[in-house]
Write a protein that binds this ligand. Structure first.
Ligand code: NAD
Length: 363
């Protein structure tokens, strides 16, 4: 099989996770990394042959088949455009861009250049998420009327916690709503098959300024948010997103209520789905390829009893995307730029709602 060349742009937290996942996919080689800080040292540590500080130079020198954009959100658009213009497939981190206008430009370019343009909404590739989707599709829950939950973290709990992710100039209009909410919105839509069509939001910022070392920096993004949602299939939902919720390291919860049964998934127990019944005992489905839908079994690498989590979801997502690059279908659908744009529109509508106090349609 032909080897495909991958390059990872931005090698902080998530760029390294991309590299690890790529190394678990046969016949895909990580040929280069790009980073604006200490890139030679990073390449040596990671065992990657080529290192660049300029992504255009990397594209023109290494001619990769696919780039992984793992840089701060405000850079995603220009990097994606440069890659597509050179005929390179793109896997972009979420949120897709700083706002929906930028994301729309990326979608137009993806149509023009006809490349595989994927978003890393990796939550779609947990066995539990795919299984929940299958159960909804088979009608096992009846009519879905409620999609709720949220995504909570605590790494920005204190005034002295600082990151580029706090600044709207780098993260975009919204912080936790786009950073954490984008994952949750996509997951809720993916599992339910319903799209968010109207939103209402309350945004809160605990610290009007934060300390970056000794320097006080004004904060113009939300520390936490509450959202109400109306879906096009008739469901309603509510969710909360927070970077300042003590003790919650990285918890995503999705609850799905239907007229016949309900489901609950918590990524802190990533391999389990709770199945709620009214007239029979509740169920617990723990990941096991023999007990799950045959399509779900195809995105499971290990037998029951062997946990599969965050790095595995990346592997399964990238496997599906590289299959598409090779012109092959996969059983599960990865998110595309079109999906990423829709979620950016949801985030922009939530921003508008939080600042006007009214329900806002998602355009
Ligand atoms: N899918 C997920 O679960 C997930 C998790 C975390 C982050 N992310 C997303 O991944 C992206 C990166 O987040 P992170 O947490 O890894 O951030 P990070 O700050 O840890 O890493 C970003 C890296 O990009 C480099 N960089 C910045 N500008 C650059 C440029 N112009 N060219 C090359 N390199 C540049 C920085 O030096 C740094 O090494 C963000 O969009 C974020 O939302 C996704």
């Amino acid at each position: 099989m032909e080897h495909l060349k991958a390059a990872v742009i931005g090698v902080g937290f998530i760029g390294k996770a991309h590299i690890e996942a790529l190394r678990r996919i046969p016949n895909v080689d990580v040929v280069a990394i790009v980073d604006s800080f200490n890139v030679e040292e990073k390449a040596a540590q990671l065992g990657v042959p080529y290192a660049f500080s300029d992504y255009k130079e990397m594209l023109d020198t290494c001619h990769p088949d696919c780039v992984h954009i793992c840089t701060p959100n405000f850079t995603h658009k220009e990097i994606a455009l440069a890659a597509m213009e050179r005929g390179v497939h793109v896997i972009c981190e979420k949120p897709m861009a700083s706002n929906a206008d930028e994301a729309a430009v990326m979608v137009e370019a993806s149509k023009k250049y006809d490349k595989i343009c994927a978003l890393n909404f990796h939550n779609r590739f947990y066995p539990a998420s795919f299984q929940m989707k299958k159960m909804v599709e088979k009608g096992e829950l009846g009519q879905i009327f409620d999609l709720s939950g949220g995504y909570l973290q605590d790494w920005l709990q204190y005034k002295t916690d600082f990151s580029w992710k706090i600044l709207s100039a780098k993260c975009g209009k919204t912080r936790v709503t786009a950073d954490l909410g984008s994952h949750w919105f996509d997951l809720a839509e993916y599992v339910s098959g319903q799209k968010i069509k109207e939103v209402f939001a309350e945004f809160k910022t605990i610290y009007p300024e934060r300390m970056n070392g000794r320097e006080a920096i004004p904060v113009d993004t939300e520390d936490y948010s509450y959202v109400l949602l109306r879906f096009d299939g008739g469901a309603t939902g509510m969710a909360e997103f927070s970077g300042v919720f003590s003790g919650k390291k990285n918890q995503t919860v999705l609850r799905v209520a239907g007229t016949e049964a309900s489901l609950e998934w918590d990524n802190e127990k990533v391999n389990d789905i709770l199945i709620g019944h009214r007239n029979e005992p509740n169920g617990l489905l723990t990941k096991d390829p023999n007990l799950m839908d045959p399509d779900v079994a195809k995105i499971i690498s290990y037998p029951g009893g062997h946990a599969e989590g965050f790095p595995d979801a990346f592997k399964q997502n990238f496997t599906a995307i590289y299959q598409a690059i090779r012109g092959k279908n996969s059983v599960n659908q990865f998110a595309t730029f079109k999906d990423g744009l829709h979620i950016m529109r949801v985030c922009d509508a939530l921003y508008e709602s939080a600042h006007t106090g009214s329900w806002i349609p998602v355009m």
